[in-house]
Design a binder for this molecule. Structure first.
Ligand code: SF4
Ligand code: SF4
Length: 419
């Protein structure tokens, strides 16, 4: 990945921002300030979790996603829907109908990502069988968790499983297969993930573990929802009759927290969801408390990917829909395990390069200046009322003291000091 500026997945629409500060309070890394009366993001601290997007009451935080012009430049357009999509159209709508409806809206080819999720469960087991490196091994599926580890827990980077996530593996397989079978040059095939997640564009435009992503973009589930819903309503009977191939119950389960570890034979595994609980469990890993856990699934959205900010359905209903579908399709294996073993031996699933630590910058490049600023921050903090009211435009008094120490705010911005 090229060094330099990190790309990001959200931006503030200043025209819509009413300065309420909800995004600032929701942000786990204290990246947002509301000063003067408009939110702004310090991208140096942003991990693309989408909490601000979820928290803004005025849709003033916007995801940065693939436009239809970006997709239309490709001659052959392929959609890889995240298994979350199956939770969005009510309990009576079956995966085959949704895959067929996606074809109807104009994709040349639609591939069920759930199958690759099942494949990934086998790959994780292969890795755990063959590597006795320090535990717990941490899932690489959630791009936010990878960024969180790089920034806040850099010494845990080596615990991230060096296996690409299902969306990348799916795109890698499809580009080759479609090109060979249909005689289309690989660069004319556009592969797009239909996603619940704001951070996917970042992981595609700036992949951490490879030179170039196998995907060409990501579009939000909520952006295609109405089109798919219209087709489902109009053509339900026809769609039900279209066969789209085997559906994987194990893979569909990946849409919710715990789904990734459900299919593993390693029972000493754990799952956690939500960015704040993920931070808590990573603190425990860092302190060496969880060495008996073999595999740790961390997903930054609440309840897993179904809680992603780019979805339509409430995550509680979505979860119930996924559980129902997982039961219907069961634990029957749909993927050829011999093929997975062969590809594993060929290193097909592995990262090209490891995840590198990218800790937050210190208060100053110069060490002695940084220590001075730290001391000043502490002095200023002692003077503040510690009410964490947010009126100064910072999420809490400690962050405000840091802003003042860095010359980014004035002490008088605190109304209690001003009085
Ligand atoms: S939540 Fe943030 S971006 Fe949204 S209106 Fe309030 S201050 Fe502005
Ligand atoms: S995406 Fe997450 S880390 Fe970035 S500004 Fe929003 S809440 Fe903060």
């Amino acid at each position: 990945m090229p060094e330099g500026k990190l790309l990001h997945s959200v931006r503030v629409n200043k025209d819509k921002c009413i300065g309420c500060g909800k995004c600032m309070r929701a942000c786990p890394t204290k990246a947002i300030r509301v000063r003067p009366q408009k939110a702004s993001i310090n991208y140096e601290r942003c991990i693309d979790c989408g909490e601000c997007l979820r928290g803004c009451p005025n849709d003033a935080i916007e995801p940065i996603i693939t436009s239809s012009a970006d997709i239309n430049k490709f001659k052959y357009q392929v959609a890889i829907p995240s298994p979350v999509i199956y939770s969005q159209f009510g309990p009576q709508t079956m995966p085959n109908e949704i895959l067929s409806a996606l074809k109807e809206i104009g994709f040349d080819y639609v591939y069920d990502e759930a199958l690759i999720c099942e494949m990934q469960s086998m790959v994780i087991e292969e890795y755990l069988d063959k590597n006795k490196s320090p535990r717990p091994i941490i899932s690489s599926t959630c791009p936010v968790v990878a960024r969180l580890i790089q920034r806040l827990f850099p010494c845990l980077c080596e615990l991230i499983i060096p296996i690409e996530p299902p969306r990348e593996i799916a795109a890698k397989i499809l580009r080759k297969e479609i090109s060979e079978e249909q005689n289309i040059p690989e660069e004319e095939i556009g592969i797009i993930e239909i996603t619940p997640c704001a951070a996917k564009m970042v992981s595609i435009n700036q992949p951490e573990t490879m030179e170039k992503s196998h995907l060409d973009g990501a579009i939000p589930i909520k952006d295609i929802y109405n089109k798919v819903m219209m087709i489902l309503k109009k053509e339900k009977q026809t769609l039900m009759l279209q066969e789209q191939g085997p559906i994987s119950g194990i893979g569909i389960g990946w849409a919710i927290s715990g789904g990734e570890i459900r299919g593993l034979k390693y029972h000493q595994s754990a799952s956690v969801s939500g960015v704040y609980d993920t931070i808590k469990i990573l603190e425990e890993v860092e302190s060496g408390k969880l060495k008996d856990i073999e595999y740790l699934e961390c997903l930054s959205c609440p309840d897993g990917c179904i809680g992603g900010p780019l979805t339509v359905e409430s995550r509680f209903i979505a979860k119930s829909n996924i559980i129902k579908l997982s039961r219907i399709y069961g634990n029957k294996k749909r993927v050829d395990s011999n093929r997975v073993k062969r590809l594993y031996k060929e290193d097909f699933f592995s990262f090209e390069s490891e995840v590198k630590p990218k800790p937050f910058k210190p208060l100053d490049k110069d060490r002695s200046q940084a220590i001075k600023k730290m001391n000043l921050k502490q002095e200023l903090f002692e003077k503040l009322p510690k009410r964490d009211c947010g009126i100064c435009g910072a999420p809490d008094c400690a962050t405000f003291a840091e802003d003042v120490a860095q010359g980014k705010a004035k002490l008088e911005d605190c109304i209690f000091i001003k009085k």
